[in-house]
Design a protein around this ligand. Sequence first.
Ligand SMILES: Nc1ncnc2c1ncn2[C@@H]1O[C@H](COP(=O)(O)OP(=O)(O)O)[C@@H](O)[C@H]1O
Ligand SMILES: [Mg+2]
Length: 273
Amino acid sequence: MTTETAQRRASTAPLISARGVTVKFDVARTGKQMIALSNIDLDVMEGECVTVLGPSGCGKTTFMNVVAGLVKPTSGSVFIDGDEVSGPGPDRAVVFQDYALLPWRTVFDNVRFGLEMQKKLSDGDWRDRVQNAIDMVGLSGFESSYPRELSGGMQQRVGLARAFVAEPRILLMDEPLGAVDALTREVMRDEIGKLIAQTGKTVLFITHSIEEAILLGDRIVVFKSKPGEIKEIITTGIEGMGSERNAQNDERFHELREHLWSVLANEAAAASK
Ligand SMILES: Nc1ncnc2c1ncn2[C@@H]1O[C@H](COP(=O)(O)OP(=O)(O)O)[C@@H](O)[C@H]1O
Ligand SMILES: [Mg+2]
C-alpha cells in the first residue's frame, strides 16, 4: 500500500457519498412522473465492497447509473472523494449485465476500448496493460477471438478486463453475472471476489442473488420494492471473500441468508398489494 493510499484509508471520509439522491422519470404512457429513487443516502469507504440487493424494478440500476454519471438525479448528489459527480470519469468503470461488447472487435480490441474511453492510449505501456487485464481474467489465448465466438461467461470476462484495464478506483457492477449460466456464475463469483480482494478496489455490486450479496459484500444494501428507498443496510461480518462451499458451515452466512429471504419475501408481498 502506498503512503498516499494508507493516508486515504486512514481518513474517515467516504470515497462514494450519495446524499438525498432522488430520480423521477417521466412516463409517457400516463403523462405522470414515477419515482425510481427517493432520497437515497449512502456512504462507501475506500476499499469497501458494497452489494446492492433488491427486487426487479426497485431502482438498483438507476442508482448505479447516477454514481456512474450516466443519469443525472432530479435532486440530491453523489460525491466521489468530495467532488460532485457531473458525468462519467476515469475514476469509475462499469460492468454491465449484458456485457455491452463491440461485436466487430476482437477480445484484445474490446479490452483496449477501456483505455480508449479514458484517453489512456497514449501511455507507452498500453499494450502490456491490455494483455495484463486479459491474463487477469483468464482469457489468455483468446485475444484474437470475437465476442460471438465466446460463451456468456467468457464475454463477461472481457467486460471485466475492459473495466479493470484503466485501473479505476471504483468498479460499478450491475448484475454482472445475471446472464451467465448457474455453474459458471458460481465460479466467476468467486473469481470476482478474489480480484476485488487482490486489487483493493472500491466496489458497488448490484445483484438479485442473496448468496452473491452475502459472499461478496462487506455490507449489503437492501432496497425496498417501491418506491426506490433503502430498506436496511447490513454489515456481513464474514471475513474474506470465500466461496459458498466454504461458507456452508458458517453460521453467520445461514443467518444472513434466512434474514434476507424473509426481508425480500415481505417486500415482494408488499409490492403485490
Ligand atoms: N429511462 C427511464 N425512463 C423511464 N422509467 C425508467 C427509466 N429507467 C428506469 N425506469 C423505471 O425506474 C424503475 C427502476 O428501474 P431500475 O433502476 O432499472 O430497477 P432495477 O435495476 O432495480 O431492476 C423501474 O420502474 C423502471 O421501469
Ligand atoms: Mg437493473
